[in-house]
Design a protein. Structure first.
Length: 373
């Protein structure tokens, strides 16, 4: 619950409605013109949200004005429990029949390493930056590797606030607080990790509230995971549209990728997993087709090894050079993601183009081509 002891401006009220997505708004009729204006803003911005007027012996003129503004319930002071419960019961019933409409993106992408050191954060940073380059796409990258997060280091960020700060304030987030929590890197917003806090816990309600806030304010949300499969990490993956399991063409990495894939399948998340083969080379002893055979899952993205390019980018505190071949791959992958993996586009590329996408027999969001429904 958020309480104000004044009538907010229209701009502030809209911001609060977006931040909190309330089911019910209570408005004092002490100043009728401000109360009517507030009720009209609520109705215009979030139709379906119930507005309940509060007043002490309001006059018939006040009642008529509030009814014209769309208010159907008015509680008069002094309040008694029975009346309040009756009114709130009716408000809840109406709210259930006409639930509030809230725009929330479903483009939530998780990046999970098969093991430490496979370049998952590099993939997350550069793919997020590529998404943020697309027109009208506000993108958030959140680093949930609480003990070994490298996003802030790679982008040279020094914000004293972190993802743990956001979790602790997850029930009180608004745009003013949010701008303090995130750092800006080009067109990308970054919620980085702070100092190491081994005992810090993020509870499920905090995760849901934090993620819901991000989904209301961004076109896409990218989450970098530690790979330790913490409870909060699994909760975030449950809310993700795609889980990118990042591995390299090395046997230890592939072994652990298969183990984690088994866990995700047991958690009924297997259908959301996409394999990313990172640091690939034509000279690898295990090629992409053999990786698919080992994991029983298609390789959806293959990114080439560019050690020097990544080293320069980290030294500069920026995504990789946009003119490099690797950057082009990330930009192409970003477009495919937002197009939901257009099968025709992928079908134009042959699998022998080793640094391209997955074979044409696969689509981005499933093991085989989708059947008509």
């Amino acid at each position: 619950m958020r309480t104000l002891d004044y009538y907010p401006t229209e701009v502030e009220l809209v911001r609060l409605l977006r931040s909190y997505t309330p089911q019910t708004v209570l408005v004092s009729v002490e100043a009728i013109s401000e109360a009517v204006a507030a009720a009209k803003v609520v109705e215009a911005q979030v139709p379906g949200v119930q507005v309940l007027a509060l007043g002490q012996n309001p006059s018939p003129d006040v009642l008529i004005e509030m009814m014209r503004a769309g208010v159907r319930e008015i509680l008069q002071a002094p309040f008694d429990d029975r009346t309040v419960l009756e009114v709130m019961g009716r408000v809840m019933e109406v709210a259930g029949r006409a639930p509030r409409v809230t725009e929330m993106t479903d483009l939530v992408f998780s990046f999970l390493p098969s093991r430490a050191g496979v370049g998952t954060t590099t993939v997350a940073v550069n793919l997020s930056a590529a998404l943020a380059e697309l027109p009208n796409h506000r993108v958030l990258l959140a680093d949930f590797d609480l003990n070994s997060g490298l996003v802030a280091f790679m982008l040279k960020l020094s914000n004293p606030y972190s993802v743990t700060s956001a979790a602790e304030n997850s029930f009180h987030l608004d745009e003013n607080l949010w701008t303090q929590l995130v750092s800006r890197c080009g067109g990308l917003d970054v919620l980085a990790t702070g100092k190491i806090e081994p005992g810090f816990r993020i509870d499920t309600p905090q995760i849901r509230s934090l993620l819901d806030y991000a989904r209301r304010h961004y076109k896409a949300v990218c989450i970098d995971h530690s790979g330790n499969l913490e409870k909060y990490s699994v909760e975030l993956m449950r809310a993700s549209k795609r889980i990118f399991l990042v591995c390299t063409a090395e046997l230890p990495s592939l072994h652990l990728a298969r183990e984690k894939l088994g866990f995700l399948r047991s958690a009924e998340l297997g259908n959301r997993v996409s394999i990313v083969l990172n640091r690939a080379s034509k000279h690898d002893l295990v090629n992409a087709q053999e990786v698919e055979s080992l994991l029983g899952q298609p390789v959806h993205f293959t990114f080439p090894n560019d050690y020097k390019g990544i080293h320069k980018a980290v030294a500069a505190g920026s995504p990789i050079d946009p003119g490099s071949e690797l950057a082009k791959r990330f930009r192409h992958a970003a477009k495919v993601l937002l197009a939901n993996g257009d099968a025709d586009e992928q079908g134009k590329r042959k699998f022998v183009e080793y640094f391209a996408l997955s074979p044409a027999r696969y689509t981005l969001f499933g093991g085989q081509k989708k059947q008509p429904t």
